[in-house]
Design a protein around this ligand. Structure first.
Ligand SMILES: [Zn+2]
Length: 424
């Protein structure tokens, strides 16, 4: 259960390219020698290098070679830009809007099956948007979706999930360690920890140093990464001192906290705009639930400004490892590339740097730096193409035309239908 999705099954699948999800399992089919040549006008490798007119040779679900175009191609993407499958290190797979038009809550009458079907829909939307791997800091409903995707039963990105989270109410250090071990036993891929309040509640630190030491220390002892929600600078610093793997949000962090993260090698995952815009553009989906009220929405409006200031601060810290995470909640799944556009347009990053963050760097943060996040021999054949060049027009990140995961095509340009189809 806790093994990585693409390591869980090694099925042999004869035959050629499968275009739909359920038809084939994920990559790593060592016996599968099916070869697919994918051709593109530009190939960006996920580590900052772009090459013109290249072929990516896919065999057995993995990349066998990257070479200048020659001979026959099975998939000719023309002038499109090909990149590694995108990675979102912060989504909430199970959040959805129910038939009443409100954020799903445990007591809204929806049964477990409805919740899992909605989570499945979210997974499919993200895959169609080019996200071939997501980390869900979610709930128990993630497990059946993760496992069904890994078995090839349904289409979806590779899913890593915390299956739940812990906060200051988990009690003294010994109780916290027990909670972490229970998550491990239930098959969690990581531990999600809330060390501060939400920004709607001021973002102040909630967990003590002792509690964080126990949570991240036990996670490490169990071989799991620890991902910490922290807005207040003090909460982020406590997380770094506790040896936690990743700090999320950080809307209120100071220079010292950012420098501590850089020095310790703590992954930093700030958001750009998707999560805030999703809440502020669709207040009615959320209003009246918990702290989604006028005061909460006003705090989010202020956070938009704070996030802009945060960007200046973290760009000034050399060596800080900034990964890609959108905090995609209900209604936002499938728009995960919006923060790539935002990083270029609003934060002044180059499209290349934003792409590296959302591919090879994020892969490394998940402990998968040798498996995914690059177009290079030996890597999983996770490929996405954009209509247009994001280096010229950042909006191209939202125009995904081709998606391959582990050698299986999940999306193809509309022009490929009918007589012009170029599959074997
Ligand atoms: Zn979140």
């Amino acid at each position: 259960m806790s093994m990585l999705p693409f390591m869980t099954r090694r099925l042999f699948v004869a035959g050629a390219l499968a275009v739909t999800a359920g038809a084939a399992p994920l990559g790593a089919q060592s016996a599968d020698t099916t070869q697919i040549v994918v051709r593109a006008g530009t190939v960006i490798d996920g580590a900052g290098v772009a090459r013109r007119n290249m072929d990516v040779v896919v065999r057995g679900g993995r990349i066998a070679a990257v070479r200048p175009s020659r001979g026959r191609a099975d998939v000719d993407l023309g002038n499109r830009v090909l990149a590694p499958g995108l990675i979102d290190t912060h989504v909430h797979l199970g959040w959805y809007i129910n038939t009443e038009g409100k954020l799903h809550q445990r007591d809204d009458g929806d049964d477990e099956g409805t919740a899992i079907i909605n989570a499945t829909g979210n997974a499919q939307r993200m895959l169609q948007a080019g996200f071939t791997t997501v980390q869900s800091v979610g709930g128990a409903e993630d497990a059946p979706v993760r496992d069904a995707v890994a078995r090839g039963v349904i289409a979806g990105p590779r899913i890593l999930t915390s299956l739940g989270s812990l906060n200051e109410n988990a009690g003294p250090p010994d109780s916290i360690r027990a909670v972490v071990r229970r998550f491990k036993q239930r098959g969690a891929d990581l531990i999600k920890i809330f060390a501060s309040k939400s920004i709607r509640d001021g973002g102040v630190q909630t967990m003590t140093q002792d509690q964080l030491d126990a949570a991240c220390g036990e996670a490490k002892a169990q071989g799991l990464r620890s991902v910490v929600h922290a807005h207040a600078a003090s909460a982020a610093k406590a997380a770094v001192r506790a040896g936690c793997s990743q700090v999320d949000h950080g809307v209120l962090v100071d220079d010292e906290a950012l420098q501590m993260m850089a020095k310790a090698g703590t992954w930093f995952e700030p958001q750009c705009e998707l999560v805030n815009r999703n809440y502020l553009d669709h207040k009615e989906w959320f209003r009246g639930i918990g702290n989604y009220n006028d005061e909460g929405f006003a705090a989010m409006e202020r956070a938009v400004v704070l996030r802009r200031e945060l960007v200046k601060k973290y760009h000034a810290v050399p060596g800080l490892k900034v990964i890609y995470g959108t905090d995609a909640v209900a209604g936002a799944h499938g728009q995960n590339a919006r923060d790539l556009v935002c990083r270029v347009r609003e934060n002044g990053e180059t499209a290349m740097d934003a792409l590296t963050s959302a591919t090879s760097l994020s892969a490394e943060s998940l402990g998968l730096g040798k498996e995914i996040g690059r177009i290079a021999p030996g890597y999983q054949a996770d490929l996405v193409s954009f209509d247009g060049d994001p280096r010229v027009d950042a909006n191209a990140f939202m125009r995904v035309s081709f998606v391959m995961k582990g050698g299986v095509v999940h999306r193809q340009p509309p022009s490929f239908a009918g007589p012009r189809r170029r599959y074997p």
